[in-house]
Design a protein around this ligand. Structure first.
Ligand code: SAH
Length: 190
């Protein structure tokens, strides 16, 4: 997992003017009021997903594409969905340029998941949610994991939900983080 982080050149996901900041362990603005996650956070969430190379993953909140590129190091089966059309268009172009075009990139409200591509072995939400979006739980395969920061607008606790049966979900709680808000029907409606 650390190897996956080391392999992806983070500066490529920054605007040229900010490239010098790319190897600090900090979140950074990527435009449209959004941020590229801190490397620590990317490592933390990726670790909790516990990915196998055959796993099918959904990322909600493509943003800069950095986390998506890290996921692609671990499995070729990655879908990622971004709500913001400007970021979606820019990141699709960037990932193609980097030769990291292997992910299925989608534009829309990922708080309701991606029903056409479900079920998933792992779902990763990279924006803070007010609660567990029911659609994301439904789109987990039995054995699948949802990793999602849940809380108010200030702080969110990292939560992992594992689907152990059709109606059996096990919830674990981890450290606190601060993410930009998850918008949409299963998030902070906007
Ligand atoms: N994983 C990203 C971090 C992006 S920040 C990276 O590595 O850079 C969170 C992103 O979630 C923002 O780009 C924001 O636009 C997006 N987002 C917020 N609500 C969303 C929703 N309902 N569906 C999809 N994307 C959403």
């Amino acid at each position: 997992m650390l190897q996956a982080l080391a392999t992806v050149p983070r500066h490529l996901f920054f605007a040229p003017a900010f490239e010098a900041h790319a190897y600090q362990d900090k979140a950074f603005p990527i435009g449209e009021g959004q941020t590229i996650s801190q490397p620590y956070t990317v490592a933390y969430q990726t670790q909790l997903l516990d990915l196998q190379p055959t796993d099918r993953v959904l990322e909600v909140g493509t943003g800069s594409g950095y986390q998506c590129a890290v996921l692609l190091q671990l499995t070729p089966h990655v879908d990622s969905i971004e709500f913001n059309e400007v970021l979606f268009a820019r990141t699709r172009q960037l990932l193609a340029t980097l030769g990291a075009g292997g992910a299925g990139l989608h534009c829309g409200d990922g708080s309701v998941g991606l029903p056409d591509r479900a079920p998933f072995d792992a779902i990763l939400v990279t924006a803070g949610a007010p609660g567990l979006p029911p659609a994301l739980l439904r789109q987990l395969r039995v054995g699948g994991r949802l990793v999602i920061p849940v809380g108010d607008s200030q702080t969110q606790r990292m939560v992992r939900v594992t689907r152990e049966g059709a109606e059996a979900f096990v919830r674990e709680e981890f450290e606190e983080f601060r993410f930009v808000p998850l918008l949409g029907a299963g998030g902070w409606r906007s």
